[in-house]
Design a protein around this ligand. Structure first.
Ligand code: ZN
Length: 98
């Protein structure tokens, strides 16, 4: 995950951003997009669909000085993965008709 975000930042490094508010920024690329960090959204819609900041959001978050990890949905964090697999799961047995 960290590597993907680092690659996204490298791609977007040259883009300029304009602040509309502390959480809402316009990323000046082609085409330009609006990123709302507080709502975890970008007008390209990739952030809303994937739960991981898109390349525009990574650019906006980095240039705003906010934490990139805090902007990734919690279910992509290691703690959430460990919590999901911390319990014992038993296989179900049932007859399969062919
Ligand atoms: Zn985007």
């Amino acid at each position: 995950m960290d590597e993907a975000l680092a690659i996204a930042f490298q791609e977007s490094k040259a883009w300029e951003v304009k602040f509309s508010s502390p959480d809402v920024l316009e990323v000046l690329c082609n085409p330009s997009v609006k990123v709302d960090i507080g709502r975890h959204s970008c007008t390209c819609t990739q952030w809303q669909l994937n739960g991981v900041p898109c390349v525009h959001a990574v650019c906006a978050i980095k240039k705003s000085g906010k934490s990139l990890n805090a902007c990734v949905e919690h279910y992509f964090h290691v703690e959430c993965y460990r919590e999901a697999y911390s319990r014992t799961y038993y296989a179900c047995s049932y007859a399969v008709e062919t």
